[in-house]
Design a protein around this ligand. Structure first.
Ligand code: HEC
Length: 135
């Protein structure tokens, strides 16, 4: 019957791909969530990824994993589409957002980003979310 137990553990892990990090050894700037799956990206999502790494990862961490003491994870159920829509994401990017859901300070406004760039960024964030069971 060991196989049943193993199977259960495997299923439990598979349904919880975003795992709690080991906070006992965590340091400032470390990821806040573990991103278990990196999706295959469309061309537009890959453009979003490049932009994200250059402009957003300093606060939101690699692939949106968040950074301890710095910025929130975007691959988080708090940001699932039904809770924070693409429109909400778009507004935060165009107008900025004062601390609402977390205590990391301001999300800076990026009125310099084009509509195409914003769409690519959101498309990329949603792809990583979906790959990690946040839908
Ligand atoms: C200086 C740090 C910082 C940078 C750089 C930054 N953000 Fe944020 N962002 C934040 C913080 C802090 C929040 C959370 C605000 C709150 O408490 O609700 C946030 C929230 C968000 C949200 C959620 C908005 C909502 O619906 O509530 C999105 C999406 C987002 N950021 C995307 C981006 C993208 C894309 C970039 C790069 C272009 C970026 N951020 C750059 C700090 C930052």
């Amino acid at each position: 019957m060991t196989s049943f137990r193993t199977m259960f553990a495997t299923i439990a892990l598979a349904t919880l791909p975003v795992l709690a990090p080991d906070l006992a050894h965590a340091a400032q700037g470390d990821p806040l969530v573990v991103i278990a799956e990196l999706p295959e990206l469309t061309e537009r999502q890959a453009q979003g990824q490049a932009l994200f790494q250059a402009e957003c990862a300093s606060c939101h961490g690699v692939a949106g994993a968040g950074r301890i003491g710095v910025g929130p994870p975007l691959v988080h159920s708090r940001y699932r589409p039904a809770r924070q829509s693409n429109f909400s994401f778009q507004l935060a990017l165009t107008n900025g957002k004062s601390p609402t859901l977390w205590r990391f300070g301001e999300m800076p406004a990026r009125p310099d980003l084009s509509e195409t760039q914003i769409k690519a960024l959101i498309d990329y964030i949603r792809a990583v979310q979906r790959a990690n069971g946040i839908r």
